[in-house]
Structure formats: structure tokens, C-alpha cells
Design a protein around this ligand. Structure first.
Ligand code: I22
Ligand code: G3H
Length: 950
């Protein structure tokens, strides 16, 4: 007779199979084993599923489901597969379950190893799995950790079958058996049917020998006496079995006394000991060792396939478990006398066991995530990293993050991922997509009103985080038929405001006043101005109908909007900072108004959000991986994140820039985003860059491709992000939010505050207050003045520049630019109309500087950049050399109810900004263009810069 069959027939020991795989179950392999080998149960664990799913293509068809439901989490996808397999196996073994009246025929499914230290989480998950698998012959596996034991008691009390896993020590076994008895008593007390509950206590065997043998090896090496060496050697390969035998003896007492008898009378079953980890690890030992030596009635041995084959082939059946039990006790005594602490070893084994299952789960989920990405194909934006010299550090960081479960901690809003300050209060963006998906009715109603009422234009009045996301949507999606054209007002420059005003028909324009705090100067003055204009045009009663507000609950903006009879007020989420707010009302109201399909937009975002989920380990997690790369780049001095995007999606850089700079640039650390700088050959760059290319897939004429290939070949780290469609840019919001938060963690700062933005707001306020008081801004003295141009700076910078003895503009500029060294960047900060002409002229000047100095160059328009890169310029690394450009406005614009005009506010903002740069000891010079002709002034400036560069 097949020795496997004799185990039960002769000895009353059930053999279970420690293996599961889809094909094996579905193609009849398990049924054959049940028939031929008398396999009476199946166990699974994360390592088994990892081998099955990651190591085969058997699950590919099932994973295509991801295509139809791209919002499913990776964990849900895995669980879906596992649950199907477990149900299938349970159905195959159902006849065994029926024939044995519930003694056997069980299939085990383990709770997530990530919950090993979480009692409540374990209980909740076990209950959920029990319900979802919905098979009476399921056993849910729960580890015998300190947190697992109370969960076992609760779950048994619920009437759920439990396989207690990762059991190594006598003490833990005692606790587990008592938890089972407690649970049964609770169930009986609650009127439940204890006869329906089964449980096994899985004692891990071979791992004990592996660990003890190693300790013995060390002792043998230390010992000098040959007899002592021999005595120690005699213990090798014996301890695990001795430990199991003693547990078996104890089980007889635990389930043989009065306490259990009372339960037994109600039909309860004893909790059986199950021998797990019974494959032989040490080749010197017989391959059937941990089956042959552990045979006894009312026990289970779960055996991996190779051991099963070996035992079928040459296993010997005898009642071994109760042989020489006293000798087993003596073996453990001898071990203790030899100075080997079995308790300490078993304690470590539990911890290692949890870690090994976590490692397996990481691999498994990584594999599912990678396959999900493959199945999703173009539905998920691509990411490729070629990190050159940063690669090793990024791998090391990824491993640290994986092993530390840092992504799960991030998702669990654990502030210690960053600095342990108030970060947890700012993580509402993690689940905003899902929350807004359930909240679309009000946005859709607004869209419908806007359509019905025939608005032709919509202007978002806001700054930074409140305007740049909507700007990307407007620029990327373009005007939608029948809906207003969306634009942004985020400048106090009178010419720019007038230009925007003249480009719309005010009576057919809807204004979206967007301010989280409600107290930001710019949106307030924009509102005052346009509300005033609307009152003139449509009358005071109707003006409010042209306005909606987006603001956080309780803000001054909310009150004002109510007082002014706004058409609607939409609320932001206070747990999301402005720069992370694009997928909340701050992006969704403008998106609705411009007529975008919000379900599609959020669905697209969700696809990326799931890819960045808590269940996706770093190697397969795009946002996390990008963040680790950016963080490593910052630390390695490659802190200039150079963003390059294809034409149709190029506005993304403005949003990413504010996110990255404001989040990471502080405490003298951080990343300096470089947006809008045309790509050049490798020679024009220093060694301080990391390049990011956002590209639309399949564009054959992509000149950037070649440039990126050259950069990569020259050893620069490059990141390539591929989008099937421009509308997939929404996924980049998500990817970059994760990446920025992670980069902040690697750099070691709080990515959710902006200490230095506030500083220039204060200085600006002081200046506008002075204006309101004195009717003029404080007088300043230029350090140099020439026809149409004046230069200003603080005394420290003035002293440094004066040393060069310059006599003309080019000379002063040369003195300033000569201060630029390797690894520095030059930022042009223009308080001017951001029109095409000014952009072109300043871009040309910027490029001239880059090519001459081989440094990164930035171009920001004030006050827009103050709410964005301004943070990093002041608070980030002291590597910036700043050239501020201001101009006398050709025409100024009054602000209703204020003394200060827009021109004055803009001038005050420039001075406030400069004042903070000075306070921070930055290298800064202001060029003031006089005479009202900005074009002429910029041409002169450009020419002088070129001369300065020689
Ligand atoms: O279900 C159980 C225990 O209840 C088993 O799957 C158990 O997890 C396995 O036997 C062990 O993980 C295998 O351990 P090992 O052979 O890798 O040391
Ligand atoms: O980036 C955010 C800007 O500073 C604007 O802030 P706010 O939305 O509170 O007006």
C-alpha cells in the first residue's frame, strides 16, 4: 500500500498538501492526490502563492480583469486570484470534509503577513476572508504572534476555523491552545455551535533544526574536548523533533482534561497539532525525516510536493511520535546545558517567519503589480528609469523602504516616514480620488448650469496650488464644445490683467475664485477687481451669479462669497495642502466648468493611484520609485530636476515645478525644478542634473528622444514617462504627488509646509501697508542707473559687486554672473506680463547663460512663482544666483476699495521677494526697466547679459 495512505489508515494521521497552484487544482491534480495519496487537506501561505503566481503564466488570463477594472488594488487582484484557488481546492476536498464530518478536507488561506502585529486588523481581515471565500471547509491562517493570539480567541469565538501558523515554542503552543479553548467557551456561551469549528496548531519543525544546528556548529567549533564536540554533534537534527514530541505530549493533557471535556460534550473537536515546515532542508538528513519521525494519531502533517513524492516512494510508517518522549525531554535539557537558548531561537524564528512571509508577499504583490501594468498596457502611463551612477543608491533605498514597509506606513499616514512633525495632517490627497468619485453630483450640476447658461469663458482667480492644476487641465484638454474656455489669472501685472480681461466678454464669463486659505492677497484683489467690473456691467444684483468660490471650510473667502451672493461655494479638503489639491475641488470645479468628463478623469487618476498603492513594493511602484530616484539625486548633488515635456502636455512642468520646489526646497536642502529650458546636447550641462521626459507614446518625430538618448549615454540619470494620450496627464498628478512626498522623506524634510513663502507674504504686506499709510512705497536708491535701466540690491550684494569696478550695465551683470559656480543655478525672476514676447526674450537670455556657464537656469514670473519655486529659491540649497526684473508699468490699474493699485502690489511683491532673498544671504540683483517700454528694456538687458558672458 502507498505509505502515504497508510499514515491515516494505520496511524490516524492526516496528510495535507503544502502547496497550491491554479493549474494543479483545476486540471485534477489535487483530486488525483486526494484519491491516490489520501491527501486530506491543503495549506497555502504567501510563499506558496508567490511561487504559483510570480513563477508562472497560469494567472495571466485572470489578471486581464485589471483591464476592465483598472481601479482595483493590487491586493484585491491578488486576493481575487487566491480566493478563486482556495475555493476551487475547497470544492475538490469537500467530499473529504463531508465524509469525515468536518474532521478533515480543509484548505487554508493566510491573513496578510503585514497584519502580524495588528490584532484588530487580523480579526477584520480573517472575518472578511471567511465571508468572501464562503466555504465551510476553509481554515483562515493566523500567526501565533503576540497580536495574533488574541485574534485567534476572537475568531474561534466567531465560529471561524483557524489554522494557527508560525508556531515554534512550547509556551506559544500553550497560549494558542488556551486561546482556542477560550474562543470555544465564548462561542458556546453565545449559543453558537462548537461542533462546527475546527482548528489546527501549526508547529514549524525543520526551521528549528536549521537554526539550532547552526548554533551547535558554533559551539562545536569553540569546543576543544572531542567528547564535548561529539555530544554537541549528537544533538544535531534532533531538537525539532524532540520539541514536537513534547508539544504532542502537552496537547494530550490540554485536550484531555475537564476543561475540554465540557466542550467536547457539546460536540467540540480538539485542536489538532499540525506539523509544518516538514521538507528536509539539510541534505545530510533523510528526505522523509520530518514525516517519518512525527507520526501519531489525531495529528496532521502538511507536506510539500517533493517530500510527498519521497515519502510515497520510500517512506516508512510507524507510530514514532510517542517513542522516546523522555529522551526528547533529555535532548532539550542537553541543549540548554550546552548554553543554547531554545526560547530565544524560537522567538527569533517567529520574527523571521513573519519577515519571510512579508518578503514573499512583497515579491508576490510586486509580481502582480508588474503583470497588472502589463495587462493595462496603455491605460497606465509608462515609467523607465536609467539612473546611471544613482542606480545603486536607489536600489538600496528601495530595499530599505520594502523591508521597512515604508509605503504601507506612508499610506497609514505615519508622520515618522518624514520628520515626525505634522505630516499626518496633510495626507488627504492619498484617498481624495476615491472620495471625490463618490461626490461628483455637485460638480456635474455646476457643469450643467454653465452649459445651459451659455458662459463663453471661465477665469480661475487663484495662485500656485489653486491655479496651476486648472491651468494644466485647460492647456492640455483644450476647449470643449459648448463649454466655456478656461483661463487662469495669477498675476498682479496690470498689463497681464488687462490683456486677460480684454480677451473675454465679461458678461459671459464665469469667475472661479480659488483660495484654500481664503486670505491670499492675489485672489482677493482679483475678486475685488472683477466683481467691481461685473457690477458695472451686469449690475450689483447679478454680479455674484458670475462667481463661484473654491475654498476650505470656514475661510474668509467663504464668508465673502456668501455676502456677495456667489452662485456656489465648493469646499476644499483641509487635510490637503494647495499644491496637492488638484484632484480635489480645486481642480474638479474648473474641470467641470470647462466640461471635462469627471468620471473619466478620476478613473484615469485612480489607475495610477492603485499602481502607487500601499500594497505595491518599491520596485514595481512608479510613484515611490520615482521619488526614491529624485531623493537620491538631491542627496548626490544632482538636485536640478530638469522637466521636459512634449508640446501638447508641456504645461505640466509649471504644476510639477510648484509641487517639487515648494515641497522639498527648505532647510537649505531640496530639489530645484527646471522647467521650460530647451534641451541641449550633453556638453551644456554640468553634473548636477536629473532629466525627466514626459512623452506622448508613438510620436515618431520626437526630437526629445534623441536628446535623451545622448544624455543617457553621457551618464546623466534620465527618467522617461510615457502617456498614450494627453488626457493621461492626470496620472502624472498622482505619480508626482507620491514622488514628491517620497523624495521629501529621503531628503529628510517635511514636504507639506512652506516656511519661506510666508516670509515674503509678510514683507509684501508691510510694504502695501506702508503704501496705504504714506501713499507711496519707501524710497530706494539704485546702486547704478543708466538710460532706461536701474540696478538695485542690498548692501551686502552691492559690496560684493562693487569690487569689480563696473561702469556699465554689462559690467555689473558680469560681476553678478561671475559669482555663478559649478552646481549653481541662475533664476530670472520677472515681475512682468507673462506674454509671448517677454517669454521669448527672457528664454533667449536664459539659454545664453546656461550655455556660457553650463548651469541650470530657471525663469519665473512674479508673483506667480512666489507660490511655487519661490519657496526653494529662498529656503532650498544656497546655490541660486537671482536676477530680478521689474518694470515701470505702462498703464496701471486701480483695485476697488484699496489705495494700492495692481502696479503697486506687483512692485511691493517684487521688493518683498527681494527682501527675503537678501535676508537669506542669497546672491541677488534687481534690474528695473524704466520708461514703460518693456520690450526695449528686455532687449537691452539681453544684449548686456550676452556681453557680460563674453
Ligand atoms: O500552512 C502551513 C502551516 O499552517 C504551511 O503552509 C507552512 O506555512 C509551511 O509549511 C511552511 O511555511 C514551510 O516552511 P519551510 O519548509 O519553508 O521552512
Ligand atoms: O500654492 C498656494 C498658494 O500660495 C495659494 O494659496 P491659497 O490657495 O490659500 O490661496
Amino acid at each position: 500500500m502507498n505509505p502515504l495512505k497508510r499514515l491515516f489508515a494505520d496511524q490516524g494521521q492526516a496528510i495535507w498538501l503544502d502547496f497550491v497552484a491554479r493549474g494543479f487544482v483545476r486540471d485534477g491534480g489535487l483530486a488525483r492526490m486526494a484519491a491516490d495519496d489520501d491527501i486530506r487537506g491543503v495549506t497555502s501561505n504567501p510563499a506558496i502563492f508567490e511561487k504559483a503566481i510570480a513563477g508562472s503564466d497560469e494567472y495571466d488570463d485572470a489578471l486581464t480583469e485589471a483591464q476592465h477594472a483598472p481601479g482595483r488594488t493590487v491586493m484585491e487582484l491578488f486576493e481575487g486570484l487566491a480566493i478563486e484557488d482556495i475555493r476551487d481546492a475547497a470544492d475538490v476536498l469537500r467530499p473529504v470534509f463531508d465524509e469525515t464530518h468536518g474532521d478533515d478536507g480543509y484548505v487554508s488561506l493566510e491573513v496578510s503577513p503585514y497584519l502580524a502585529d495588528d490584532t484588530e486588523g487580523t480579526v477584520a481581515e480573517a472575518r472578511r476572508l471567511w465571508k468572501e471565500v464562503a466555504r465551510e471547509n476553509l481554515m483562515v491562517k493566523v500567526p501565533a504572534t503576540d497580536a495574533g493570539i488574541p485574534a485567534i480567541r476572537t475568531l474561534i469565538g466567531d465560529g471561524i476555523n483557524i489554522n494557527v501558523t508560525l508556531l515554534f515554542s512550547q509556551a506559544a503552543y500553550e497560549a494558542v491552545a488556551n486561546a482556542y479553548l477560550d474562543g470555544l467557551e465564548a462561542l458556546a456561551k453565545a449559543g453558537g455551535d462548537v461542533s462546527k469549528v475546527a482548528s489546527v496548531a501549526s508547529f514549524f519543525v525543520s526551521r528549528i533544526d536549521s537554526a539550532v544546528d547552526k548554533a551547535l556548529d558554533r559551539k562545536i567549533a569553540e569546543a576543544n574536548d572531542p567528547d564535548e564536540k561529539a555530544a554537541l554533534a549528537a544533538l544535531q537534527g534532533k531538537v525539532a523533533i524532540a520539541n514536537a514530541k513534547l508539544a504532542y505530549r502537552r496537547s494530550k493533557t490540554l485536550f484531555g482534561d475537564g476543561r475540554f471535556a465540557a466542550l467536547e460534550a457539546k460536540g467540540a473537536r480538539a485542536q489538532r497539532l499540525l506539523w509544518a515546515s516538514t521538507g528536509t532542508k539539510n541534505k545530510a538528513y533523510p528526505d522523509t525525516l520530518y514525516v517519518e519521525e512525527l507520526i501519531g494519531p489525531n495529528t496532521v502533517n502538511t507536506v510539500p510536493p517533493a517530500t510527498l513524492d519521497a515519502f510515497r516512494d520510500h517512506g516508512k510508517v510507524r507510530a514514532s511520535l510517542e517513542e522516546n518522549v523522555d529522551e526528547a525531554a533529555a535532548t532539550l535539557d542537553r541543549l540548554a546545558r550546552a548554553g543554547i537558548d531554545l526560547d530565544a531561537i524560537t522567538k527569533t524564528l517567529v520574527e523571521e517567519g513573519v519577515d519571510l512571509f512579508k518578503d514573499a508577499a512583497d515579491k508576490l504583490l510586486g509580481a502582480v503589480a508588474t503583470r497588472r501594468a502589463g495587462v493595462l498596457g496603455p491605460l497606465l502611463n509608462r515609467q523607465e528609469l536609467a539612473l546611471g551612477s544613482l542606480a545603486g543608491e536607489v536600489e538600496a533605498l528601495a530595499e530599505t523602504w520594502r523591508a521597512g514597509g515604508t509605503i504601507r506606513r506612508l499610506w497609514a499616514k505615519d508622520a515618522s516616514v518624514w520628520t515626525g512633525a505634522d505630516e499626518a495632517k496633510w495626507l488627504g490627497w492619498l484617498d481624495i480620488v476615491v472620495r471625490e468619485q463618490a461626490n461628483l453630483a455637485a460638480y456635474k450640476a455646476l457643469a450643467e448650469e454653465v452649459r445651459r447658461e451659455g458662459f463663453t469663458d471661465a477665469l480661475v482667480l487663484g495662485m500656485g496650488g489653486s491655479s496651476l492644476g486648472p491651468e494644466v487641465l485647460a492647456e492640455t484638454f483644450g476647449r470643449q464644445e459648448g463649454m466655456p474656455r478656461l483661463r487662469i489669472v495669477d498675476s498682479t501685472d496690470p498689463a497681464q490683467i488687462l490683456r486677460t480681461e480684454q480677451s473675454v466678454e465679461l458678461s459671459k464669463t464665469l469667475f472661479i475664485v480659488a483660495s484654500k486659505s481664503g486670505s491670499t492677497l492675489e485672489p482677493n484683489v482679483f475678486r475685488d477687481y472683477f466683481l467691481g467690473r461685473l457690477k458695472e456691467i451686469v449690475g450689483p444684483d447679478k454680479a455674484g451669479r458670475h462667481f463661484v468660490a473654491v475654498t476650505d471650510p470656514g475661510s474668509a473667502m467663504e464668508k465673502a462669497a456668501k455676502a456677495d451672493g456667489f452662485r456656489g461655494i465648493f469646499y476644499g479638503e483641509p487635510a490637503i495642502g494647495g499644491r496637492f489639491s488638484v484632484l480635489s475641488a480645486f481642480g474638479l470645479v474648473p474641470a467641470a466648468v470647462m466640461g471635462l468628463d469627471l468620471d473619466a478623469l478620476l478613473g484615469t487618476a485612480e489607475t495610477m493611484m492603485r499602481a502607487c498603492g500601499p500594497d505595491v513594493p518599491p520596485e514595481a511602484n512608479p510613484g515611490i520609485r520615482l521619488g526614491l530616484a529624485l531623493g537620491a539625486a538631491a542627496k548626490a548633488g544632482r538636485d536640478k530636476v530638469t522637466l521636459v515635456a512634449d508640446e501638447e502636455i508641456r504645461d505640466f512642468g509649471a504644476w510639477a515645478e510648484q509641487l517639487i520646489a515648494e515641497s522639498t526646497g527648505k532647510n537649505g536642502l531640496g530639489l530645484i525644478p527646471v522647467d521650460g529650458e530647451p534641451l541641449g546636447p550633453p556638453e551644456v550641462y554640468g553634473g548636477d542634473r536629473i532629466f525627466v521626459h514626459l512623452q506622448l507614446e508613438g510620436r515618431e518625430d520626437d526630437a526629445h528622444d534623441e536628446a535623451f538618448a545622448a544624455l543617457e549615454a553621457a551618464g546623466h540619470p534620465v527618467v522617461r514617462l510615457g502617456l498614450a494620450l494627453p488626457s493621461d496627464l492626470v496620472q502624472e498628478f498622482v505619480r508626482f504627488e507620491f514622488a514628491t512626498a517620497v523624495a521629501g522623506a529621503v531628503i529628510g524634510i517635511n514636504p507639506f509646509d512652506q516656511p519661506d513663502v510666508e516670509a515674503s507674504k509678510i514683507k509684501t504686506r508691510e510694504l502695501t501697508d506702508a503704501y496705504d499709510r504714506d501713499g507711496a512705497l519707501p524710497v530706494e536708491t539704485p546702486i547704478w542707473s543708466g538710460p532706461g535701466i536701474e540696478l538695485y540690491t542690498d548692501p551686502r550684494n552691492a559690496d560684493a559687486l562693487a569690487k569689480a569696478g563696473a561702469t556699465d550695465l554689462a559690467g555689473w551683470l558680469k560681476a553678478h554672473l561671475d559669482r555663478v559656480g559649478e552646481g549653481d543655478y541662475v533664476a530670472l525672476l520677472a515681475y512682468l506680463d507673462r506674454d509671448e514676447h517677454n517669454l521669448d526674450r527672457l528664454s533667449a537670455t536664459r539659454l545664453a547663460i546656461r550655455d556660457a556657464k553650463r548651469v541650470a537656469t530657471c525663469l519665473g514670473f512674479g508673483p506667480r512663482f512666489l507660490h511655487s519655486t519661490g519657496q526653494a529659491y529662498k529656503g532650498g540649497p544656497d546655490s541660486g544666483v537671482f536676477l530680478q526684473i521689474t518694470a515701470e508699468p505702462a498703464k496701471d490699474l486701480a483695485i476697488p476699495g484699496r489705495k494700492a493699485t495692481f502696479g503697486t502690489v506687483e512692485a511691493a511683491q517684487a521688493r518683498g521677494d527681494f527682501g527675503v532673498l537678501s535676508d537669506r544671504g542669497r546672491r541677488a540683483l534687481r534690474v528695473h526697466l524704466k520708461g514703460g517700454d518693456v520690450a526695449v528694456g528686455l532687449a537691452r538687458l539681453g544684449e548686456s547679459v550676452r556681453r557680460a558672458l563674453g
